[in-house]
Design a protein around this ligand. Sequence first.
Ligand code: GAR
Length: 205
Amino acid sequence: MLNLGILISGRGSNMESILKSIKNKKIPINPTVVISNKTDAVGLKIAERLGIKTEVVESKGFEGSRADYDKKIISVLRKYRVTPNNGLVCLAGFMRIISPEFVKKYKNRIINIHPALLPSFTGLDSQKQALKYGVKYSGCTVHFVDAGMDTGPIIIQAVVKIKENDTEESLSKRILKEEHRIYPEAVDLIARNKIKISGRRTIIS
Ligand code: GAR
């Protein structure tokens, strides 16, 4: 069984959804640690309540390079046996760019959720970007993390129709509901070794 590490920066609602689904839907994966780059991340308290070990690797004021910071994250992951061979790392609202060194070491072992239909609206404030652009549909994407920003092979997407009176808040809320559904699904597929990567495409068996 794979060991799971979840990286967060804040609210942690996707983390919560993954952890609860592992228990309720019997996803065959062993959650070992939640790591935050912020001491005050609300998600840390939720993880503790759910009985998962938590760690903070403070990024504020960290003076080394991005790769140096990620080395610290990797050493925590290793401490909890989340290794490139038997681990999966979920970025769940982890608001930092991952270094190429980390990506290379954990090749196809890091996944992320993004609140838009990639490749549209990468980066920050994706829901706001979607409204500003005037698209009629947006949604969310779970994807493998590669060296680019929000560019790795796509695992699952969910579509959300945009309403004429949507605000950033109302749209984010409907997208988040879908995030909570598809992220655990993607974790389940990986835990059951049902995903093969072929170039940019993923093939689900
Ligand atoms: C989620 O909407 C997630 O998709 C987004 O941050 C939010 C975190 O919420 N991530 C990104 O925008 C990454 N580019 P959560 O902490 O409640 O899961």
